[in-house]
Design a protein. Structure first.
Ligand SMILES: Nc1ncnc2c1ncn2[C@@H]1O[C@H](COP(=O)(O)OP(=O)(O)O)[C@@H](O)[C@H]1O
Ligand SMILES: N[C@@H](CCOP(=O)(O)O)C(=O)O
Length: 321
């Protein structure tokens, strides 16, 4: 996370007075992350995370995100549990922003995942998809194919500031993906941002998943394609087939892929790379002055996109062989 909104001590104490969380012991801003303002919160009742929701999170979507975390926790999945205030509300207001407190999860994220971590991730992602199957709320994916052009268009003239050929590649990709985007695949709740920083490990097991603020209902295989992009490339931007196979095989053992999902996978992977390239590109150009945030490099996803453009079939990723 990051910190865009500062919280005044008195306001925080007033906010906490609505909860059964005892006395405030400390509250520190978290530099990691991009989307929201987050704080480590310690009270006499324990450790929590305080989140103030920022620009890309629509207030109307918060019941979906908070309800989903409650649903998944109740099914035994390791994820933060929203803390309800004395009136039973999981969502409040602090420093002029919608705000929530969730439970703190033990574990650490793996910066350089090995194939074994990718396999554990594949299992965890399939478990999330299975556990989300009966979640009753719906939220469309605002950052699916229809959202990419409106996100990019206002900044397209500045594409050359990031890479000489960025503008040409994005124009071609938007055209291709808007025309050929796979439809009718099995759908359900997806995390949509399950990057290594959002998966906690304890030893060699996954201890929890965090950051559900892009979660939505979309093609399940698209979530897998996002994970392939985020976990299975090395620092130089080359695809690691061993990690890819570990992820895909572990996922498919827990939730077998349909023939249509396998066939669609190359386009889904390409779309996932474009989605993160575009959000990173826009964030790169628009760092709010004074914000505690490290914008992520869009060029990492340009490299992935270049790779996906060379792929001819799902077999090239190790699928459907
Ligand atoms: N429930 C939690 N338990 C422990 N640490 C957490 C929890 N939620 C967030 N964090 C910490 O905050 C950081 C940023 O959280 P994240 O949800 O990824 O932010 P953002 O939505 O802004 O990207 C994480 O990398 C992690 O260190
Ligand atoms: N995962 C996205 C950025 C969103 O940040 P997160 O900390 O919420 O994962 C990216 O890497 O572009």
């Amino acid at each position: 996370m990051a910190v865009y909104t500062d919280v005044d001590d008195e306001e925080l104490i007033g906010f906490l007075a609505g909860y059964d969380l005892g006395a405030l012991l400390s509250c520190k801003g978290i530099a990691e992350g991009v989307e929201n303002s987050n704080y480590y919160l310690h009270t006499s009742a324990g450790s929590f995370i305080l989140t103030l929701y920022e620009k890309r999170v629509a207030e109307a979507d918060l019941p979906f995100f908070l309800g989903l975390m409650e649903h998944l926790s109740a099914k035994g999945l390791g994820c933060p549990q929203p803390v309800r205030d004395r009136a039973g509300a999981a969502l409040g207001r602090l420093a002029g922003r919608p705000a929530a407190i969730v439970t703190f999860l033990d574990g650490y994220s793996i910066h350089h995942p090995e194939p074994a971590h990718c396999a554990r991730l594949g299992e965890a992602l399939a478990q999330l998809h299975l556990a989300g199957a009966d979640f009753p709320l719906r939220r469309a994916n605002a950052l699916s194919v229809g959202g990419w052009r409106p996100l990019y268009a206002p900044f397209s003239a500045r594409a050359g500031e990031v890479a000489e050929d960025l503008g040409a590649i994005v124009a071609t990709e938007l055209e291709t993906l808007e025309r050929d985007w796979p439809r009718g695949l099995p759908e359900g709740v997806i995390h949509a941002d399950l990057f290594p920083d959002n998966v906690f490990f304890l030893g060699d097991r996954v201890s929890g998943l965090i950051d559900f603020y892009f979660a939505c209902v979309d093609s399940l295989a698209y979530d897998l394609a996002i994970c392939l992009n985020a976990w299975c490339f090395d620092a130089a931007g080359s695809y690691d087939a061993e990690k890819g196979a570990a992820l895909l095989e572990a996922y498919a053992r827990a939730r077998p892929l349909t023939a249509a999902e396998v066939e669609a996978f190359p386009l889904l992977a390409r779309g996932a790379a474009l989605r993160f390239l575009l959000t990173r590109f826009v964030d790169w150009l628009n760092v709010p002055p004074g914000a505690l945030v490290r914008p992520k490099d869009p060029r990492e996803y340009l490299a992935r996109l270049r790779f996906h453009r060379t792929i001819r079939s799902a077999r090239d990723y190790g699928l459907g062989a």
